[in-house]
Ligand binder design. Structure first.
Ligand code: IPD
Ligand code: CA
Ligand code: CA
Ligand code: CA
Length: 268
């Protein structure tokens, strides 16, 4: 295993242990409102600090961007870690056992290493650039279907961008008519990991942040899939609008959503 992936795995497991222990005593978790319908807990923050400490102990010059603390340390470094210490906070605070730790490393702006760890199921998804993607050390691949018939897609609702509800629902109707079914499980990192593992055929969501998707994106790519923005380009980390699937299926999804994109979505 690449030494930097090894550090990421150690960090994800340490944070995951704290999260799953806290999940057993949810009444002790401190929940704070971050924005409308958006929450953070003391466990999100504690998990982020654990991850940062482990990374910085080995690589004190590297830059770290974490959801809860922004940019830390070496902002000019070629090495940039992107961390979501707890993806699926709403599930976590509600006692729904579906959330993950997400850690990605970019080297000179390119995704290089990725870990998504589900501490409840003990599922560790990993990828290294050019080396494939694994679930608990077993190679995973995206599903190969060429069209939407019989497919299961993952998605997330735009609960932080309610002004996009109509556009989102129009995309949903279009895709739902052609798929077998659609899931909204509540963790973007696991949605992408599940696409990488072939559990889902594809995934789309709007309004995401880089820490939601950085690790999951490398998992999908290394599992043979593609990740694009809503017009097939590569502005998804800037726009937060993302589609993931195998290369043939993504084409169909992009064609199907195109008529429903708002002008802002068409730009990226
Ligand atoms: C959220 C989850 C959710 C997605 C939201 C994200 P958080 O991340 O990934 O599935 O729909 O857009 O913000 O806040 O729980 O880390
Ligand atoms: Ca959050
Ligand atoms: Ca997240
Ligand atoms: Ca989070």
């Amino acid at each position: 295993m690449h030494p930097m992936l090894n550090i990421a795995v150690r960090a994800a497991r340490s944070a995951g242990n704290v999260i799953s222990r806290a999940f057993e005593q949810l009444d002790k978790v401190e929940v704070e409102a971050k924005g409308s319908n958006d929450f953070v807990t003391n466990i999100d923050k504690q998990a982020e600090n654990i991850i940062k400490d482990i990374i910085l102990k080995s690589y004190p010059d590297h830059a770290i961007i974490g959801e809860e603390s922004g940019l830390t340390a070496g902002k000019d470094s070629d090495y940039q870690w992107i961390i979501d210490p707890l993806d699926g906070t709403t599930n976590f605070v509600r006692g729904i056992p579906h959330f993950a730790v997400s850690i990605a490393l970019k080297v000179k702006g390119k995704l290089d290493q990725a870990v998504v760890y589900d501490p409840i199921r003990g599922e560790l998804f990993t990828a290294s650039r050019g080396k494939g993607a694994q679930l608990n050390n077993v190679r995973i691949r995206v599903k190969g279907g060429k069209d939407l018939s019989g497919s299961i897609l993952a998605t997330g609702f735009p609960f932080k961008q309610k002004h996009n509800t109509d556009a989102y629902l129009a995309m949903f109707s279009e895709l739902f008519a052609k798929t077998a079914d659609i899931r909204r499980a509540g963790s973007a990192a696991l949605d992408l990991a599940y696409v990488a593992a072939g559990r889902m055929d594809g995934y789309w969501e709007l309004g995401l942040k880089p820490w939601d998707t950085a690790a999951g994106e490398l998992l999908v790519i290394e599992a043979g899939g593609l990740v694009t923005d809503f017009v097939g380009g590569h502005q998804h980390s800037a726009s937060g609008n993302l589609v993931a699937a195998n290369p043939r299926l993504i084409k169909q999804i992009l064609t199907d959503i195109r008529p429903h994109l708002t002008p802002a979505m068409k730009a990226k």
